[in-house]
Design a protein around this ligand. Sequence first.
Ligand SMILES: *[C@@H]1O[C@H](CO)[C@@H](O)[C@H](O)[C@H]1NC(C)=O
Ligand SMILES: *[C@@H]1O[C@H](CO)[C@@H](O)[C@H](O)[C@H]1NC(C)=O
Ligand SMILES: *[C@@H]1O[C@H](CO)[C@@H](O)[C@H](O)[C@H]1NC(C)=O
Ligand SMILES: *[C@@H]1O[C@H](CO)[C@@H](O)[C@H](O)[C@H]1NC(C)=O
Length: 347
Amino acid sequence: MIQSGLILLCSSLLFGVIQGNDILRLNIPTEPTLDANTVCKTFPDLTKEQLELCTKFPDVTASAIQGIQIAVHECQHQFKRNRWNCTSLETKNKNPHSNAMLSRGYRETAFAYAVSSAGVALSVARACSLGKLMSCGCDMNVSGRTKDWEWGGCSHNMDFGIQFSRDFLDSREKAKDIHSQINTHNNRAGRLAVSRNMEVKCKCHGMSGSCELKTCWKAVPDFNQVGLVLKEKFNYATMVDHTNINEGSLRPAIQSHKKRPFETDLVYFEKSPNFCEYNHELDSPGTEGRLCNKTSIDIDNCSSLCCGRGYNTQRQSRVERCNCRFHWCCYVVCEECKYTEWVTVCK
Ligand SMILES: *[C@@H]1O[C@H](CO)[C@@H](O)[C@H](O)[C@H]1NC(C)=O
Ligand SMILES: *[C@@H]1O[C@H](CO)[C@@H](O)[C@H](O)[C@H]1NC(C)=O
Ligand SMILES: *[C@@H]1O[C@H](CO)[C@@H](O)[C@H](O)[C@H]1NC(C)=O
Ligand SMILES: *[C@@H]1O[C@H](CO)[C@@H](O)[C@H](O)[C@H]1NC(C)=O
């Protein structure tokens, strides 16, 4: 049932021709030169500040852009049961920040900002330590030893990743309005979801694996883990009061929830629409044609997902991409999974 294939999310950054067969033979081309001309002109809708950063640090920017692609992919994974399933962030324009959903103040908007910012921070932190970037390397600040083990190896450079994510994404939020405050908050929450979930990896040394000495280093978490953390934050996001914005303080809209949102919480200020029907303004496709689950008690059950319109039962063959892996730089290799089964589809 599984065939291999190639899907390019980031095709604008793919240099040289890669054919499906080359991938199958794992004949991955030599790494492209990431100069400003190739990187900065291929990703659409960069702001003036982002273009400046890109010109100075084209290789880091390429890594940031790859981080955004990974984020969009993870967003789709986390929202595959929801009415708004995040596919609209991928279509047409490869830059999710130019999607209409990102100029709103919904819970979903909050998630999209946070996951993108997390993607950039994580991708850059990891690329630094892989030795792919001119301006950064391993985090050498992680050092010292204890009786049983010592910091060694190459720690992922979270400080650099976070700084670049901040420079690259928060620079979009120059206005002092509610949107900018909320977006900046959610960007930060996304980065914290990475840095607060760093993992410690260790390797044993000593006679025949006796592990007399261990060297350990800090690594970014698997991005799926970050996605899960942020989806949980999405479920418990705080609606803030947009009529009373003071510099640097977001208050919850409902006064009974007295607590100010934590720095790690997602915040929003606009009630989401139901996402049932096609909405041109939001570039949101609605749920017609979505696969629903008759027996689920979760949000993907047919009555909820199809918004009461009912569903059809049909036998369907479809191909979905699956098991995607992100390769430096700058492409995505996925397998294609084929399914032939009876499904229920929203009317
Ligand atoms: C090491 O840590 C110090 C203090 O936190 C910081 O100022 C410095 O930039 C760090 N250096 C590196 C290479 O990360
Ligand atoms: C998301 O929704 C769109 C539009 O309804 C649909 O075409 C797409 O297949 C859905 N994606 C997933 C992963 O279910
Ligand atoms: C539908 O939901 C049920 C209950 O949650 C689950 O066991 C089943 O695997 C789901 N079916 C599909 C096709 O996802
Ligand atoms: C379907 O999902 C909705 C939303 O989560 C829920 O309120 C409802 O009880 C579910 N319906 C069934 C039949 O499980």
